[in-house]
Write a protein that binds this ligand. Sequence first.
Ligand SMILES: NC(=O)c1ccc[n+]([C@@H]2O[C@H](COP(=O)([O-])OP(=O)(O)OC[C@H]3O[C@@H](n4cnc5c(N)ncnc54)[C@H](O)[C@@H]3O)[C@@H](O)[C@H]2O)c1
Length: 439
Amino acid sequence: MKITVIGSGYVGLVTGTCLAEMGNQVCCLDVDPAKIAILRQGGIPIYEPGLDEMVKRNVAAGRLSFTTDVAESVAFGDIQFIAVGTPPDEDGSADLQYVLAAARNIAEHMDDYKVVVDKSTVPVGTADKVRDTIAATLARRGADIPFSVVSNPEFLKEGAAIEDFMKPDRVVVGAEDERAIDVMRRLYSPFQRNHDRILFMDVRSAELTKYAANAMLATRISFMNELANLAETLGADIELVRRGIGSDPRIGYHFLYPGAGYGGSCFPKDVKALVSIGKENGHPLRVLAAVEAANDAQKLRLVDKVVARFGEDLSGRRFTIWGLAFKPNTDDMREASSRVIIRELVRRGASVAAFDPVASHEASRVLEDVAGVDFAEDMMDALDGADALLIVTEWKQFRSPDFEQIRARLKAPVIIDGRNMYDPAWVRGLGFDYLAIGR
Ligand SMILES: NC(=O)c1ccc[n+]([C@@H]2O[C@H](COP(=O)([O-])OP(=O)(O)OC[C@H]3O[C@@H](n4cnc5c(N)ncnc54)[C@H](O)[C@@H]3O)[C@@H](O)[C@H]2O)c1
């Protein structure tokens, strides 16, 4: 099949590459010429395990190409995926300007039937707006060309995006005409050879499913974070409580990890957007509003612990941060807890030595305006002379570090662990003052 993917970011690039891997012809478009230049030179503008080789393989096979030329990209694909960003507007609602610009571009240049697929996470009713935008543009052109609009939200996780796309738990397709349903069924049939994973539904239900999924996951995290904070006061260990409830199959173990708050490009913005959708439609989503407020507070939980230990004024103090990306296996710094933590430490007068296996470059960009932050190349070098080590992202290489060396290089043996990586008794036995979340 011939496919165009509009927007070559985390979702667009993975979608395009995985579809090419299955033998389709794919053209990826982006408005950012720097991104397309990197891709054309054989590079990858993001960090995503396994993506690099898959892109190279499919480019070499002639199945995957990149362009900034809208006319060329529209002419290319019978299926046009829209995978552009949908950032929050000032009121928290999803900003649809990029989605609608992509729809206008398609309508401006199309000259035969297209299936236009919303892959971006968009509020209920967006497919109607995309349809109206395309119809209005075609009418202005005096062109009578058929098209279908489909909702196909994406559930991939950064850091495991290829695995998620190639072996999806489910593929949600909101489509209401037979021609589009047939195209989508053929497109996804290679991804479900062992059993049917496509859930066909109406467009509005598909749009809402994506927000509902992220909102549920965010709710589990905020719930556990609040319980963890209570457990600290009560003298209970949240990790034992987590196991105690996770073993109930009605609850399950996933997404019950307390920590330093959720971040990333999806949960914060999607929770905000769903809260805003509820408000607009006269159904305030009170649980979700609390999920967001709890998360905002949790992002500062590590700083609260620093302040409790070192005082309100942190002038002259230095702290090491291990882990900057919003989660392991990505360089994505969007809404990362580390950003809030570092800004607050610096605001209180401290300096920071930060280490992340892949996100330092992106972190230095988003923290450009913050003075007093150094980025170390080596996790141990970041410790020298610091008053405490703060762990913000649970990269594997932090799981079993050389504690002797940590103690020798820190000014004082203090670890404030925002991801509950270690056994408290063990680390305390090594002579550390060890503060975790909910333990
Ligand atoms: N990142 C994730 O893990 C994830 C997972 C599921 C769903 N989503 C959703 O997918 C969408 C995209 O997310 P992302 O993380 O890939 O964003 P991103 O910012 O990484 O990528 C978006 C890309 O679109 C490009 N773009 C913007 N307007 C364009 C236009 N008119 N034509 C061509 N290109 C254009 C941008 O330059 C950018 O490269 C969002 O709605 C997001 O909520 C993201």
